[in-house]
Design a protein around this ligand. Structure first.
Ligand SMILES: [Zn+2]
Length: 192
């Protein structure tokens, strides 16, 4: 019986977690949560086994919209910086309500924090932190307008546990406190 070569096995999983270079070329693994694929030898953070997909060829991973890892270069080409940063912004856009640090983002995108910070700023004109703040405040504005949830609840739903910090940040970015923002919007809506 021929075994399906794209099946995850204990042997492949062992190769992934031990970064075993002798398996390079035999298979590639992609991580669903980050959209990146790697060689077995890659020294990046070990993913959850459930989130991993196995491919026999790099082309198959590319065809399914996975991007080559910047660190282990599974296609033996360098990932262009703007594609690397697109991986990171996409991750932030989807996970803005979780705790996001530069170190963590560097890990999920397989780069170093220092390099990520610099490249992110060069490509987007913002630091990763500024970008995250912008996304969070954007979502907070929507929640203030579309719901009657309390400020503390909104802070939590956009990933900020610290409510006073959320209010300060919101005011810095918009010029208003969250409640002022909501009131002004409601008055504007009433007055047509
Ligand atoms: Zn890799």
């Amino acid at each position: 019986m021929e075994t399906d070569r794209t099946l995850m096995t204990d042997e492949k999983w062992e190769a992934i977690i031990s970064n075993d270079a002798s398996y390079n070329g035999e298979f590639f693994y992609a991580v669903k949560t980050t959209g990146i694929f790697c060689k077995p030898s890659c020294k990046s953070r070990v993913p959850k086994r459930d989130n991993v997909r196995i491919f026999q060829h790099a082309e198959q991973a590319l065809a399914e919209q996975f991007r080559p890892c910047k660190r282990c270069k599974p296609t033996n080409e360098r990932l262009p910086d703007h594609e690397w940063i697109a991986v990171v912004t996409k991750y932030i856009d989807k996970n803005f309500n979780e705790k996001l640090t530069l170190e963590f983002l560097a890990e999920v995108s397989h780069g170093s924090p220092y390099h990520l910070h610099r490249t992110f700023k060069r490509i987007t004109g913002q630091t990763p932190v500024e970008y995250i703040q912008g996304i969070r405040i954007g979502h907070a504005k929507e929640l203030l307008i579309q719901t009657d949830r309390a400020t503390s609840e909104i802070a939590l739903s956009v990933g900020l546990q610290n409510v006073p910090y959320f209010i300060t940040l919101f005011k810095k970015k918009t010029g208003y406190t969250p409640l002022e923002f909501r009131r002004i919007y409601e008055e504007g809506a009433r007055n047509g």
